[in-house]
Design a protein around this ligand. Sequence first.
Ligand code: SF4
Length: 289
Amino acid sequence: MRILKATHLGMCFGVRDALALAHETAAEGPLTVLGDLVHNETVLLDLRQRGVRIEPRLSDVQTPTVMITAHGTSDRQRATIAGRGHRVIEATCPLVRSAHERVLALVRAGYHPVIIGQRDHVEVRGLTGDLDAHNVILEEADIDRLEPRDRFGVASQTTQPIQRVRFLVERLRSRFPHSEIRFVDTVCQPTKQRQDAAEELSKRCDVVVVVGGTHSNNTRQLAETCARHGARVHRVQTVAELRTEWFLGAVMVGLTAGTSTPDVVIDAIEAWLERLAAEVVIPVVEVVS
Ligand code: SF4
């Protein structure tokens, strides 16, 4: 059994910077992060151990300082937080901020905004929170439910696979051939790199281990991409979840991880797989004539 690591592993810069800012701010005084700073339980546990509070609702925040997560939020929500007297610390990823600006530019130019993403995801709620009218779509069926418009402006959640995004944009064009449709590509580069690497990995491996939080959208998307290309996929958060029987008969095992997965977790899983690989002997079948 051999181990093949994806070319892009470890945290993306947006998550790394958000974490560094949380550590720095928490060292200065009490801090509440509004929602999960990143969708990774290992990282959240570490933050709690450092005294950082994590509250999903603003009404439960009791510290003067509040951090916006890497997923961003709307200006309306920002104003509400500041209006309650909190000091607001911004950990919004610059690529999420850029997505906000591009969606607002579409609206200013007269396009009806359509966001490709998960309606309930915090990033999508932030992207749509300042819009008076919009639609969120994720499946072809969602396009069938859209009302006709003269001009559609399409953007997406930063962690959606670009192939799915392009497919839905084309589907929108064919459903409304007389509408003007402008698409702005807001899928972030780290997501694209990981998706490409996952595709490559799953073509070459029997089994792929995808590491990341249960609520992480980009981790789920990586697992779906690997499964679509025929690999047996096991999604785990920590090394403790790995099972020897998953790898029975596997010749090549792939390893990839979501953008909020700490290196220490990936390293532990890689070491576990290496130990297993050292124990597994692939039988060589001799043909006797
Ligand atoms: S996944 Fe992309 S958008 Fe999200 S924090 Fe990382 S770099 Fe930023």
